[in-house]
Design a protein around this ligand. Structure first.
Ligand SMILES: [Zn+2]
Ligand SMILES: [Zn+2]
Length: 103
């Protein structure tokens, strides 16, 4: 199984192209932009409560047989949060002061 590489930020819906250095993911691949992680959700995933890391960039070029963006394409399915803003803020407030490794 490879990372899904989702196409958008689940909070603000901005595009996160495959080569973007702004994409952040949690351990479940919930995907957000760096701005939203910092200023909106405070490094707390609205879905699972985990922290974020930069999304690795899949090489476009086939350096090894079968492994490239063409052979393992990214997801085209846009994902959106199912919680309202108030709920997300309360969730972040409850968790943000606990370091991810202690959640
Ligand atoms: Zn965003
Ligand atoms: Zn998550």
């Amino acid at each position: 199984m490879a990372l899904e590489l989702r196409p958008n930020c689940e909070f603000c819906d901005r595009d996160l192209p495959l080569a973007s250095t702004l994409a952040r993911i949690c351990s479940y691949e919930c995907t957000f932009c760096a701005d939203c992680v910092e200023t909106q959700i405070h490094n707390v995933c609205p879905n699972c409560g985990g922290g974020f890391a930069p999304r690795p960039i899949r090489p476009a070029r086939e350096w090894r047989p079968g492994l490239s963006l063409a052979k393992r394409p990214a997801s085209l399915e846009r994902v959106h949060l199912s919680y309202d803003l108030e709920n997300i803020a309360a969730h972040a407030a409850r968790i943000k002061d606990i370091p991810p490794e202690e959640r």
